[in-house]
Design a protein around this ligand. Sequence first.
Ligand SMILES: [Zn+2]
Length: 362
Amino acid sequence: MDIKKLLREYMLTPARSGYEGEMARRLKQDLAPFCDEVALDRNGNCIGKIGGRETGVPGAMIFGHMDQLGFIVRKIEDDGYIQIDRLGGIPEKVLPGLEIVIRTENGAWRPGLIGVKSHHATPDEEKYRVDRVGSLFVDIGAADAREVRAQDIHEGCPAVYRPAFTELLGNRVCGTAVDNRGACACLVAIAEELQRERPAGDVYLVGTVWEEFNLRGAMLAARTVRPDIAVSLDVTLAGDTKDLSSRYDDLLGKGPCVQLYSFHGRGTLNGTLPHEGLFRLAKESAAKIGCPFQRFASLGILTDASYIQLEGKGVACLEMGFPARYTHSPVEVCDTGDIGGLARLAAAMMRGLDKNFRLERL
Ligand SMILES: [Zn+2]
């Protein structure tokens, strides 16, 4: 499987939370050759099933969110400039001078840019200040509000960074929505692996909605799938940038990550406590296939696994992923080798699951 090619296609498909349709249909099409069945649920989650060889084995759901963060049109000024707000954790300091695309009510994506004060006219004290997104203006080239509305752009229309993909050296790539299209590409690679050698239990491969919005789209998928075990796939913060090297040990190109703690206390108060038996399975599977893996633990991060672990009578959860640099910016960087490793490791774990797997935590 050419993960880089698949990732490129996915990164270039805009899918802000709530508007994942195009991405979901692509994923459905790509999972179809390897799955027994694939369907979109009523919220847009893409659910593929690979039936197991036996009965009585715990069922598993491996999932990664398809959506990406972005913006929403809040106000259209009389002179044709557009005010926006953010959806998800947009870093405001990267915004001025950035190109975006706005989705019209008809579903077409139109280009625009976030204006930046002419440098020649910027006083010193403003040069080193971060402007809040609410004070910025989007320019689509319109002369007045009438021209904006003639494009079918109105209050409430979603927007994202202009989709971008660039190949860097080796297996490294850069662009928009590495978080979390890397996981979407990984889901397809896992499906291919599992189809070649079926697991004992049922495995559902799920692309989820709304992660960047409220983390709860996956929860709705879990209510359909009703898994005993769930593994989330998402980015971890790579510790090999100048600013994070003193905080984290995970490095690009050194293999997939197992996330052993996530927690976010501000407003959400949630996080994931990894299931120890599932982590043991990850370690054993990695040793069996000779795949190096990295450990990651952090405060201030949350994935949709935190809500899955609370479903039903409780789901055995493990957060896994791949390191990424410059997260939530338009120039996220990852190494596609880590995504390939993640697919092999997740598939090996599914093959390692049998009737004897203990779902109990203690
Ligand atoms: Zn993510």
